[in-house]
Design a protein. Structure first.
Length: 428
């Protein structure tokens, strides 16, 4: 049975300061409406590309989104930041209305969109449980029957009678998820907020969502940048790009499409506009070399690899205070290996007179697979305001299976590291 259906959903926003010049637009819209004509501003508006300069006062955050979700199904919605994922969930949750199109649903919807959404900061955790239950249309008796389970699952029993404004962001997410999950919604909508919680809670939350869908036959809409979680939890997936549906299919195929699409960027690294930071320095190019200094695209697991970064200088920085992180991410965008100059005890002062940085890895102990490179350069410290250049998916290195122990057995594929060790049987 179809429990949720989105038909031609589009959402348009006006750029700039809120309220500036909107009276004339509102009058124009009204005049067209009373004459039975189409809204004149639906014909204008640029594509939702956050990295491109605006060429219109209007932008389509979403455009012509269509999909169906069956009862008991878990749908993963993935895409880059700014692709329209959260906007779609807000429309599905009735937080905002679509500019065009219609959402058809059966039953109650519970949403977990942002940290603290739906919580009154002055009320205690217990009072907010009852408030949220009432908003969902539950009776006091129904909420009371679930109260103990909610508090126990959240792990916030000590603070449940303390005002929510004194909770940490992680505690708010714990309680909010427990409320949304245990008050028996027909459709549970979960945004990326689970990333705020600790690893133990994320595992519990994903397990609970699996129970909700498989055991209780309820529907879950799940947005996450954790591709492993999407693969394990979801049956179907939708990939959004610039506010439009780029792919719809199984969760595995959706993740593969998203990751492949991320890697197939033909733009030269120095021309990439999706980087973050003040750009005083920029990573201009990245190359991989073997122990003979030959350029390579592949490395055998356990063998030598050199990562060479070419740095473009736009303005002066404090070279003595530079921080560099070279991270290898697996196919699910999880960190597999990380190298930082401070932990390695190396000062980047010499970069002031040179333009190349080389990271030598005598033994590249990652199992076979494809890994993306993430490069971060900061000045003074690692706070976001001090980012000089952060670029995701900067390059890809393919790792081939290797015989690390010289046993004639190639190590298996996977995203975990494989380090030298000894195995033996002992008598006590």
């Amino acid at each position: 049975m179809v429990i949720l259906k989105a038909e031609n959903i589009s959402k348009q926003y006006r750029l700039g300061l809120v309220g500036t010049g909107t009276l004339s637009h509102d009058l124009n819209r009204w005049w067209h409406r009373v004459r039975g004509k189409e809204d004149p501003y639906l014909k204008v508006g640029s594509v939702n590309d956050r990295s491109a300069k605006a060429d219109s006062d209007y932008v389509w955050a979403l455009q012509d989104i269509n999909f169906e979700v069956q009862q008991g199904e878990v749908l993963g919605i993935i895409g880059k930041n700014g692709a329209g994922k959260s906007t779609l969930l807000k429309i599905l949750s009735r937080v905002t209305s679509p500019t065009t199109g219609e959402i058809k649903t059966r039953g109650r919807i519970a949403s977990l969109l942002e940290v603290g959404t739906g919580f009154h900061p002055e009320l205690t955790g217990r009072e907010n449980i009852y408030l949220n239950g009432a908003i969902l249309g539950m009776t006091k008796a129904e909420i009371q029957s679930k109260e103990a389970e909610i508090i126990d699952f959240s792990g916030c029993e000590r603070y449940v009678d303390t005002p929510v404004k004194r909770y940490s962001s992680g505690m708010r997410v714990r309680l909010a998820f427990a409320v949304a999950a245990f008050l028996e919604p027909d459709i549970l909508v979960v945004d990326e907020v689970l990333a705020v919680g600790d690893a133990e809670f994320q595992k519990k939350a994903i397990g609970k969502m699996q129970d909700i869908s498989r055991g209780e036959g309820r529907t879950v809409l799940f947005v996450s940048h954790n591709m492993a979680a999407v693969k394990s939890l979801c049956a179907k997936g939708i990939v959004l790009e610039h506010g439009k549906t780029a792919f719809e299919g199984t969760a595995d195929d959706a993740v593969d499409f998203y990751l492949k699409n991320e890697k197939e960027q033909n733009t030269a690294l120095i021309e990439r506009t999706d980087r973050i930071g003040n750009q005083k320095l920029q990573v201009k190019a990245i190359s991989f070399l073997n122990n003979k200094n030959d350029l390579v695209n592949d490395v055998i697991s356990g063998e030598y690899l050199k990562v060479r970064l070419e740095i473009h200088k736009n303005s002066t920085v404090n070279y003595d205070r530079l921080f560099l992180a070279v991270n290898f991410l697996d196919s699910n965008l999880n960190f597999a290996l990380s190298y930082t100059n401070d932990e390695m005890g190396y000062n980047l002062k010499e970069l002031e007179q040179n333009k190349f940085i080389e990271l030598e890895i005598p033994n590249f102990y990652l199992r076979a697979g494809s890994y993306n490179l993430r490069i971060l350069i900061t000045e003074n410290d690692t706070q976001a305001e001090n980012f000089v250049d952060l670029i995701e998916n900067a390059a890809t290195i393919n790792v081939l299976a290797g015989d690390l122990w010289k046993s004639g057995k190639l190590n298996r594929k996977g995203s975990t590291a494989v380090f030298p060790g000894k195995l033996k049987v002992v008598d006590d």
